[in-house]
Design a protein around this ligand. Structure first.
Ligand code: SF4
Ligand code: SF4
Length: 137
């Protein structure tokens, strides 16, 4: 799905635009999928391999599987107030959320997230087309 989205956007001259801001709901720290070297994690064994290489991932606990068979995790650093226990030292994947790659891998933002990811046509495209059109006249 991600490749199709990417190719469609290339064809239509679109780019991704992330707007909005964090509402501190904590939903991106619950029911999340994690990625390993071979893609989204599908088993506890794959997760333990990641933890072996990156012990900081021990903060995540398995809560189940989603409909696609990917393991779902919650972070133990999330406080009852929905905030990160150590916001300054959160992982890069947390700092970079929401990353544009979420859109390309077919993912969606968590419910209630204050951000939006939209496919837009940049102004420079419209401008280039207008200049080209006027050049023909
Ligand atoms: S480290 Fe903090 S920001 Fe990252 S998932 Fe855990 S609670 Fe959320
Ligand atoms: S889901 Fe969105 S609004 Fe909620 S904490 Fe994460 S980034 Fe912030």
């Amino acid at each position: 799905m991600g490749l199709i989205r990417y190719l469609r956007m290339q064809f239509m001259g679109k780019e991704l635009l992330i707007t909005g801001s964090c509402r501190s709901c904590g939903n991106c720290c619950r029911k999340i999928n994690l990625e390993g070297a071979g893609g989204w994690l599908r088993s506890e064994k794959e997760f333990l391999e990641v933890v072996n290489d990156y012990p900081e991932y021990k903060r995540f606990i398995i809560t189940g599987k989603d409909q696609q068979g990917f393991v779902q995790f919650s972070c133990t650093w999330l406080t009852d107030a929905g905030l990160c226990r150590d916001h300054e030292n959160r992982l890069s994947l947390c700092k970079n959320f929401p990353d544009k790659s979420l859109h390309f891998c077919g993912g969606i933002l968590p419910p209630g997230c204050g951000y939006s990811i939209n496919e837009v046509r940049p102004f420079s495209r419209y401008l280039a087309e207008e200049v080209k059109e006027r050049g023909k006249q």
